[in-house]
Design a protein around this ligand. Structure first.
Ligand SMILES: NC(=O)c1ccc[n+]([C@@H]2O[C@H](COP(=O)([O-])OP(=O)(O)OC[C@H]3O[C@@H](n4cnc5c(N)ncnc54)[C@H](OP(=O)(O)O)[C@@H]3O)[C@@H](O)[C@H]2O)c1
Length: 378
């Protein structure tokens, strides 16, 4: 690693495998926030906004409609963001399609319990809740509303979105709103997979299946920054891209099955799960780790969930199987911002759609061959 990369590694707070075993930093409780000064701006609760609304499951073009709805209020600990860009992630297309069907048990049996999709956020602070003291109207911010209870009609596919202040930071000036929005869920998942779960360090041999997707393109770059020897698996048309992101080796899955190769890997991040986990585990080193990270692209009642469940079962035996969870907090967002601001990692964007064409953006992701990220601008 050169000195600059070493500096970035220190700034993104890399944990070694040993440190990881001593405790995952993402389990740490979030810092308490100070109470509000009486003069804090109050959220505007009166107006309406344009949003993409979903009232049933189905094909994006049939179920996603551009409508005028009430603008949500920020709430005590939240920020109302005037949206500039968002991006499409797996939870969005799953909730639009309602497939795999079993996910409807969680999202709502007949229609999703919340009508506005989208969690990645980049925009300008419009108003802050009374408990938010370190952000103010006019600040350019990025973050995510992922995994948080928020007003029912709030989501990022809209003119305004409510985001917990604890999941929002100021956007680096040299980062566009599109890049910032596109980086959040994919980048945090890649960062946590490589840095925290995988404990990647100098010389770790990492294979990333699905190296040309949103998570994969960032995981390749983050693993390289941490000093790994990286192999990326993608199709012929994406070989050059994955190489250009820093992969030391590329495998064209249309010509070669990596699970049958002679190479062995300390860590495999499987973003596709197109092979049974027992086959993938065959190319791990004796103490190697498998991170299964896809519910699959097959649709149906369960899609790839049985394959994920079998991987979890395999982890009860001699194979080290760990899962990655996207944890959005300021510490992780700062680490991601450092990577992007320094230019050590860049966001690959396949296509940008205006909000009115959000259905096409979701359909693009449902094709499962996006190169990097699909972005929606507002
Ligand atoms: N754990 C979490 O919290 C979390 C968060 C976000 C996402 N995820 C998971 O991470 C996975 C990746 O997400 P993503 O947004 O990166 O997905 P994505 O962007 O939809 O991935 C698309 C990429 O997959 C590649 N691909 C398709 N079939 C392939 C194959 N057989 N072998 C290798 N590559 C193949 C495509 O490349 P080609 O066009 O070259 O085929 C395309 O570049 C998803 O399954 C998602 O569920 C997990």
């Amino acid at each position: 690693m050169d000195t600059f990369n070493q500096m970035v590694v220190e700034m993104i707070g890399k944990e070694t495998q040993q440190e990881r075993l001593a405790g995952n930093r993402n389990d740490e409780p979030k810092a308490a926030r100070p109470r509000t000064p009486a003069s804090a701006p109050v959220p505007d609760q009166g107006s309406t906004m344009t949003a993409i609304v979903q009232e049933r499951y189905g094909a994006p073009e049939r179920v996603l409609k551009l409508e005028e709805i009430d603008r949500p209020a920020a709430g005590d600990d939240n920020v109302l963001v005037r949206m500039r860009a968002t991006s499409v992630n797996t939870p969005d297309w799953i909730t639009v399609a309602g497939v795999p069907y079993v996910t409807r048990l969680a999202f709502g049996p007949f229609k999703p319990s919340t009508p506005v999709r989208g969690t990645d956020v980049a925009g300008v602070v419009e108003a802050v809740g009374p408990n938010v003291t370190d952000l103010q109207p006019g600040d350019e911010v990025f973050g995510s509303s992922w995994d948080h209870d928020l007003p029912k009609r709030s989501g990022a596919f809209a003119e305004f979105a409510v985001v917990p202040a604890s999941q929002l930071i100021k956007k680096p000036a040299n980062l566009t709103f599109e890049d910032a929005a596109a980086s959040v869920m994919s980048g945090l998942t890649a960062l946590i997979a490589m840095r925290d779960v995988g404990g990647v360090g100098p010389g770790t041999r990492v294979l990333i299946n699905g190296a040309s997707g949103g998570v994969g393109t960032l995981a390749v770059q983050i693993a390289k920054t941490l000093g790994a020897e990286v192999t990326g698996v993608c199709s012929t048309r994406n070989l050059e891209l994955v190489r250009s992101l820093g992969a030391d080796h590329v495998i064209d899955y249309t010509k070669e099955d990596f699970t049958r190769g002679d190479q062995r890997y300390d860590l495999i991040l499987d973003n596709v799960m197109n092979h049974p986990s027992c086959a993938t585990a065959q190319v791990l080193t004796p103490h190697g780790m498998l991170i299964p990270n896809s519910i699959g692209n097959t649709g149906g009642f369960f899609a790839g969930l049985p394959r994920m469940a079998r991987a979890a079962l395999m982890g009860r035996g001699s194979t080290d199987v760990q899962f990655v969870t996207c944890v959005v907090n300021r510490e992780n967002l700062d680490a991601l911002a450092t990577l992007l601001e320094s230019g050590v990692a860049k966001v690959v964007i396949d296509k940008v759609y205006p909000l009115s064409e959000a259905a096409n953006a979701v359909a693009h992701m449902l094709g499962h061959h996006a190169i990097g990220k699909v972005v929606i601008t507002v």
